[in-house]
Design a protein around this ligand. Structure first.
Ligand code: TRP
Length: 338
């Protein structure tokens, strides 16, 4: 390799890719655990982020509501600081290569391996009246999402790790059956990616589908609502603000506070030494209010800018189609399509 070429190769940023489903407004958990890191990674990686709207069709959706949620989710990504000038951002269903590759990959996927996916087992138990084929082949579409862009890293939560392993298996199988085609993606664990727990049952992950709205903070909740949710957060009968096993409620609040203020848990402990839970909960609430304020304001502004949003996702789809088509044409050629 020529020297110049080598330099360019070394400086080439690694590609990160991730997707999020447009069902419901994101929670503080989605923000701290995922999107906030996505925003920070834009400097060091070549990033691609998308709204996984096709994946949402595996559970019954109300069409008008879904359409509204897709646009809102896209606007929220931008409001959270995902910058279309730095990152590729698009809506999955606007890029036809995803479903095309998904079909080809299903030919190298075994029934047995899809049957072993824990999310499939969980979801088919939960939606027993609608165990559709999409729910079953969901991981194949996800593999296509990732492999089309030759992603090096995929930031995913614990619940998606098995799907990423499946993606690697498929990629390896394809590469060895045909010839090297796909980059094997690795899970990306962010440095500061606290797992945010429910405010009402801190042994459970914070979820936007929780029946009790006090259990989660939506990133568009108003300051009053946020403060009252933190005020009623479940803690314990102890009085000390310290991070310890068994103190799930306090541990959760401490990690939220520590991540958003860029402070270590030790520092948080010192800061609240001698103060009661009431003061601490109030401080956490205020921190969250201030962290989410610019997002809510930007979202309110973007909501009225339909033409701008359309321009951004149209451009995103165009670029995503161009990039992913390179991989797809290689694949088609290798498997013997004319
Ligand atoms: N299945 C993911 C979720 O529900 C969303 C998703 C779809 C995704 N395709 C992806 C995440 C590709 C990462 C990479 O959270």
């Amino acid at each position: 390799m020529e020297k110049e070429e080598q330099k360019v190769e070394n400086e080439k940023k690694k590609r990160i890719l991730s997707g999020i489903q447009p069902t419901g407004i994101f929670t503080l958990g989605n923000y701290i655990g995922a999107i906030r890191n996505w925003e920070q990674m834009q400097e060091d990686f070549e990033c691609a982020y998308f709204i996984a709207d096709l994946h949402s069709l595996t559970v019954r959706q109300e069409p008008a509501k879904l359409r509204k949620q897709i646009l809102e989710a896209f606007a929220l990504l931008l409001a959270c600081g995902i910058d279309p000038k730095k990152s590729l951002c698009f809506i999955q269903s606007h890029v036809p290569t995803h479903t095309e590759l998904s079909w080809i990959l299903s030919g190298v996927t075994q029934f047995g391996e899809l049957s072993r996916m824990t999310q499939f087992k969980d979801k088919s138990a939960k939606h027993a009246d609608n165990v559709n084929a999409g729910l079953f082949t969901y991981p194949v579409l996800m593999a296509a999402d990732i492999l089309l862009y030759q992603a090096d890293f995929v930031p995913v939560g614990a619940d998606q790790k098995q799907h990423l392993e499946f993606t690697r298996d498929i990629a390896e199988r394809f590469n060895s059956r045909y010839s090297p085609t796909f980059t094997l993606p690795e899970p990306y664990i962010a440095e500061s990616g606290a797992r945010v727990m429910s405010l009402q049952d801190p042994t459970k992950k914070m979820s936007k589908s929780d029946e009790n709205p006090k259990a989660f903070v939506s990133i568009l909740d108003t300051p009053d609502v946020i403060m009252s949710k933190f005020k009623s957060a479940v803690t314990d009968s102890d009085t000390e603000v310290c991070y310890k096993e068994g103190k799930d409620g306090i541990n959760n609040l401490m990690s939220i506070y520590s991540v958003l203020n860029n402070k270590s848990l030790d520092e948080v402990e010192k800061e609240f030494a001698g103060k009661g839970y009431g003061d601490f909960k109030k401080a956490v609430g205020e921190t969250v209010v201030e962290a989410l304020r610019p997002i809510r304001e930007e979202f309110d502004r973007l909501k009225t800018e339909k033409a701008y949003l359309e321009e951004v996702y149209t451009e995103g789809a165009r670029n995503a189609t161009a990039i992913s088509s390179r991989t797809l044409s290689k694949v088609k050629r290798k498997v013997g399509l004319l």
